[in-house]
Design a protein around this ligand. Structure first.
Ligand SMILES: Cc1cc2nc3c(=O)[nH]c(=O)nc-3n(C[C@H](O)[C@H](O)[C@H](O)COP(=O)(O)OP(=O)(O)OC[C@H]3O[C@@H](n4cnc5c(N)ncnc54)[C@H](O)[C@@H]3O)c2cc1C
Length: 441
């Protein structure tokens, strides 16, 4: 393996509403001096933390090190919208092959949901878990056919769902913005930062987590890997790269996985008057029927979250000034749905980096005999990152599982064009999708 130089590095804004809602946590030490470990993991999101926990359980005498550039868990794993989902919106393939492919994809996502469910139950994790399902909705009657076709597909697979419209839908959501929605029973809404924090809290004693320690380079030294941060180095026979959106920055999967920068805002809790004016609906989570339409949530503590931007952003994280501009877009999205609300309700706005591939496939690979890489969950990473992390731990322990076999049988990310064609191609696609979703963001 040639020497890899990591750039750009993550620099998180400190304005994520989910993280701000948590109590503050003392940072772990950063990496200083020379160390050695049996297993080193770069990146402390759901993937890295799950891999470390499971590897430590499987190998109680092993020494495991996680190296995190920023604060652990505060990348995409705390910044996401908190939808843990089994079914994904589909245009309705009704051919036998299409149905079979969807069934397999569903089983795969469900394995991720089950993995998180088991962990949350066993460890009694408090992450505002709400098994209330999710909505796929449209505000444009011409887009309703897509929901109808999706309903037929779910019917075929015997997955519980219902189509709602009119007064019933307005009452359920507290807005009459949407013309139709498809509700599926399978979705779980949660507080992502609480889940990430819990993954840190339950790390076994044989795991050492270093924070604020960006990995700058990694290279092979004999049979080992040597991973370097500004102040320290770790030698290990086995390395897992769990950096997700920073995969290409780490020189990995450059032509297969691509980072996108998303942004979201969240309101303060609504007052009783504001909430009652909406008809006091129960908490809900809604995804647009269009790729670039807004994701909107009403949380159990009566906050509204709006996420309606996705961009190619070479420096990855956004500055405070850029976030202010995004907040204007989030406010437009909020006011479209809830025109009665004031203009100053957002008390947080943040950006986060997600990783996509051209064909919605994930990365779960052994690049060299002892170099592992997992990530690229295409927006569905709460379940899959937890699952992939655990299964990487089995792989690193030399154990084969049925789940590894299932993951390995899934499609691999398709090759992407070279830069700069790739970035421009993605930008054009986003412009097209934004235009289609112009009334839904
Ligand atoms: C705004 C947003 C909304 C989303 N909504 C959803 C959703 O509703 N449901 C869902 O399932 N998924 C969603 N996702 C995707 C989901 O958050 C991710 O797929 C998941 O968090 C990936 O976990 P991870 O551990 O692989 O990556 P991350 O959580 O990104 O962790 C990677 C870690 O690597 C660290 N790192 C990077 N480079 C280095 C380096 N050089 N040295 C050391 N550390 C490094 C980063 O700081 C980071 O902490 C969303 C993502 C975003 C951004």
């Amino acid at each position: 393996m040639e020497r890899k130089v990591f750039a750009p590095l993550p620099i998180n804004d400190q304005t994520c509403g989910w993280t701000q809602a948590l109590s503050s946590r003392q940072a772990n030490a950063s990496l200083h001096g020379e160390h050695a470990a049996d297993f080193v993991i770069v990146g402390a999101g759901y993937t890295g933390l799950s891999a470390a926990r499971k590897f430590a359980e499987l190998n109680p005498n092993a020494k495991i090190i996680i190296i995190e550039a920023q604060r652990a868990g505060e990348g995409a794993s705390s910044r996401n919208s908190g939808y843990l989902v089994d079914s994904t919106l589909n245009d309705g393939h009704m051919s036998d092959t299409g149905l079979q492919q969807y069934r397999e994809k569903y089983a795969f996502n469900k394995a991720g949901v089950d993995c998180v469910t088991q962990l949350v139950t066993e460890q009694q994790i408090d992450c505002d878990w709400e098994a209330s399902g999710k909505f796929h909705a449209t505000a444009v009657p011409a887009h309703e056919a897509k929901l109808q076709r999706f309903s037929e597909l779910l019917q075929e697979l015997e997955l519980e769902h219902s189509l709602l419209g009119g007064a019933e839908l307005s009452q359920r959501l507290g807005t009459d913005y949407y013309t139709q929605a498809l509700w599926t029973a399978g979705g779980i809404m949660l507080q992502p930062a609480k889940l990430a924090r819990a993954y840190i809290d339950i790390l076994p004693a044989n795991v050492t987590l270093y924070e604020n320690s960006p990995v700058l380079t990694s290279r092979k030294q004999g049979a080992d890997f040597l991973v370097s941060t500004p102040m320290g180095q770790v030698k290990t026979p086995q390395l897992l790269m769990a950096v997700n959106g920073f995969m290409a920055s780490a020189g990995l999967k450059r032509q297969r996985a691509f980072p996108l920068t998303l942004s979201a805002s969240m309101t303060r809790p609504l007052t009783d008057t504001e909430y009652q004016a909406m008809g006091s609906p129960k908490a809900w989570g809604l995804l647009s029927a269009q790729a670039m339409g807004a994701t909107v949530r009403l949380t159990h503590d009566k906050r509204i979250m709006v996420r309606n931007t996705a961009e190619v952003w070479p420096s990855m994280n956004m500055s405070a000034d850029h976030l202010l501009q995004r907040k204007v877009k989030h406010l437009k999205g909020l006011k479209r749905r809830f025109p009665q609300l004031g203009d100053d309700l957002f008390d947080s706005c943040w950006s986060g980096i997600t990783c996509i591939s051209g064909n919605n496939a994930q990365v779960f690979d052994r690049l060299e005999s002892k170099l592992l890489v997992a990530g690229c969950y295409n927006g569905g990473g709460i379940g899959l990152a937890t699952l992939f992390g655990e299964q990487m731990a089995y792989m690193a322990s030399g154990q084969m599982t049925d789940t590894i076999a299932m993951i390995q049988a899934r499609p691999k990310p398709s090759p992407l064009p070279l830069q700069p064609i790739l970035s421009w191609g993605v930008r054009l696609r986003l412009i097209r999708d934004r235009y289609i979703a112009r009334n839904e963001n």
